[in-house]
Design a protein around this ligand. Sequence first.
Ligand code: NAD
Length: 352
Amino acid sequence: SSACKTLFVTGGAGFIGGNFVLGAVAQGWRIVNLDKLTYAGNLQTLASLKGQSAHQFVRGDIGDRALIQRLLSDYRPQAIVNFAAESHVDRSIEGPAAFVETNVSGTLALLESVRDYWRELHGDAREDFRFLHVSTDEVYGSLGPTGKFTEETAYAPNSPYAASKAASDHLVRAFNHTYGLPTLTTNCSNNYGPYQFPEKLIPLIIQKALVGDALPVYGDGKNIRDWLYVGDHCAAIHRVLEGGRPGQTYNIGGHSERENIAVVRLICRLLDDKAPLAHGGPRESLITYVVDRPGHDRRYAIDSSKLQGELGWRPSETFETGIAKTVDWYLNHQPWIEHVLDGSYRLERIGA
Ligand code: NAD
């Protein structure tokens, strides 16, 4: 209905976008969900929305200007949330070109189409329109043992992934400054939670530990990430969308700095408790140090006081409560992960 607000979401078959779409539909939004369905896109995440008119899925590329223009003029969204990206640092080291293609050129094409759509809006629709760009704290580079990233921290991206996200952030900023497009940018720390692709640390370790495989840990295991439960990230995005000032950037983080090795040990202990291995000792004995990622950033930590002060956001999970929920989710959703691991999640996209 026309009373129902429409959000145009890109990358909504991925990890964070999928969690966001599930939550937004439950909150009464109409969602137009554009996703290319790369290896990271998984329609099984959205299976519970099948047949619901509040969710329109469209397979396509954010770089496809004609498609974006058609979708904008057909659906007339009140806002855009751009999650679509190549997102895995290790893949960006192997093949950076795809990261520039989607994260930089794709974001530019999306911005141009959205700018043209926004220019045609009138009155409140134009005044209230927002383009929210979802980005990462990795654009700021690596920290020493102390200090945190603020919105004033100079950009110093170290991986091709981070460089491509930094470039996209700069384009978003320029579209606000040059054309007046009402943009918002969020820079978030590492997320974890349901529906995360098992190439990322936490789901990778949960799944390997569950079946008793070796647990690979980069370098000395002492790299530090500032973890945020995905539901808290999604709540922060809603806050910024509703109350953020156009042209501003907001850091999002959970004050949950942990060494990678501490994360892995915690997962081992939780699983030993919830699903003990039939044979063999505690899962910590499965930890195997592997050659470090080239250029591996040592430490990330986020200062989210701007978001907390201006918009009153607080994370609802601590790392301990969030990781326990996450381990339970993977234990209770083994078919989801098995379909990813055996590749059958890709059949969904051809209508199977
Ligand atoms: P993801 O890899 O799980 O999902 C990305 C989605 O985008 C996939 O569904 C994929 O099919 C889609 N996609 C890729 N290229 C596309 C294109 N050209 N056109 C349309 N769709 C395309 O990633 P994620 O972890 O959910 O991250 C989402 C966003 O949040 C990214 O922009 C990422 O940079 C950012 N971010 C992620 C984290 C994190 O910890 N995962 C932290 C901060 C910011």
